[in-house]
Design a protein around this ligand. Structure first.
Ligand code: CP
Ligand code: NVA
Length: 305
């Protein structure tokens, strides 16, 4: 694997398969890996709030015998108190890896460029690779296969959607995106993903009609209508996205066995109904748990050198 995990685009299908195989082992035999990162420290630079990412990386590091240090927005104050380059060079003298949750994706790229230790993207405005890897792992765990499975992402063509597009295409899963015309995923991502999909055999379809996107799919996935940093747009977005809710209407169009997925946090009653979120088909908390297992595999691959 490369030094860093910045985007799933950088991972080969083989590397993803290797992460998933290691994740299986970590889930079955936790004790075996309890000292594998002993003496290693991970810095967590967070410029946005977090429950899953922060806790799963901290606990994951602890379970591997390592240590983590959380750095809140006002501590590092990335790019304001000092440059990203200087932060990267300083932290590289102390720690063995850095997770960054930030706004501009360029911050992740710059941190990775100047750090001599691995940098993991813990969410930027462009992508959320750890999330999408855990999502695809969860699908594999539930269906015991990935090829031929179709996931429909319904909602905003945001960071999570971009990463899911890459992840599905890399592993040969079909993906539908159902989103309003002006909220389609990044056009460069879509064209890159189509090239990857042509090799893996995955089919990629962008629909502006949520109903069409949901027909006969194996997974219905959604995320918030307004991401962190877009809170002031929520009033406008609620109107635009009102028909893009994962609910019983979409569930009836999908396969009976269709999984309901959400990266969380969920805004119940907005992008997902209570009925869908709490249905027997919902795997949202297994998905959240798998964040930790998959990230432990990523940490081992990047930090154990
Ligand atoms: N899904 C996810 O990344 O959750 P947090 O924002 O709580 O970390
Ligand atoms: N798209 C959301 C994902 C949160 C995990 C956001 O960026 O806020």
């Amino acid at each position: 694997m490369k030094k860093d995990l910045v985007t799933i685009k950088d991972l080969s299908s083989k590397e993803i398969e290797d992460i998933f195989n290691l994740t299986d082992k970590l889930k079955v035999n936790k004790a075996k890996f309890s000292k594998v990162l002993s003496g290693k420290t991970l810095a967590l630079i967070f410029q946005k709030p977090s429950n899953r990412t922060r806790v799963s990386f901290s606990v994951g590091m602890y379970q591997l015998g390592g240590n983590s240090i959380y750095l809140a927005p006002n501590e590092i104050n990335l790019g304001v108190r000092e440059t990203v380059e200087d932060v990267a060079k300083t932290l590289s003298r102390y720690v063995d890896g850095i997770v960054l949750r930030t706004f501009e994706h360029k911050n992740v790229l710059d941190l990775a460029k100047f750090a001599t230790v691995p940098v993991i993207n813990g969410l930027s405005d462009f992508s959320h690779p750890c999330q999408a890897l855990a999502d695809v792992y969860t699908v594999k765990e539930k269906f015991k296969k990935l090829k031929g499975i179709t996931l429909a992402y319904v909602g905003d063509g945001n960071n999570v959607c971009n990463s899911l597009l890459f992840a599905c295409a890399k592993v040969g899963m079909n993906i539908h995106v159902g989103c309003p015309k002006e909220y389609e995923p990044d056009s460069q991502v879509v064209s890159d993903v189509k090239v990857i999909a042509a090799k893996s055999g995955a089919k990629v379809n962008i629909f502006n009609d949520p109903l069409q996107a949901a027909i006969d799919v194996d997974v219905l996935y959604t995320d918030v209508w307004a991401s962190m940093g877009q809170e002031e747009e929520i009033k406008v977005r609620k109107k635009i996205f009102k028909d893009y809710q994962v609910n019983s209407t979409l569930m009836k169009l999908a396969k009976k066995s269709c999984l309901i997925m959400h990266c969380l946090p969920a805004h119940r009653g907005e992008e997902i109904s209570n009925e869908a979120m709490d249905s027997p088909n919902s795997v949202v908390f297994d998905e959240a748990e798998n964040r930790m297992h998959v990230q432990k595999a990523i940490l081992i691959r990047l930090l154990k050198r």
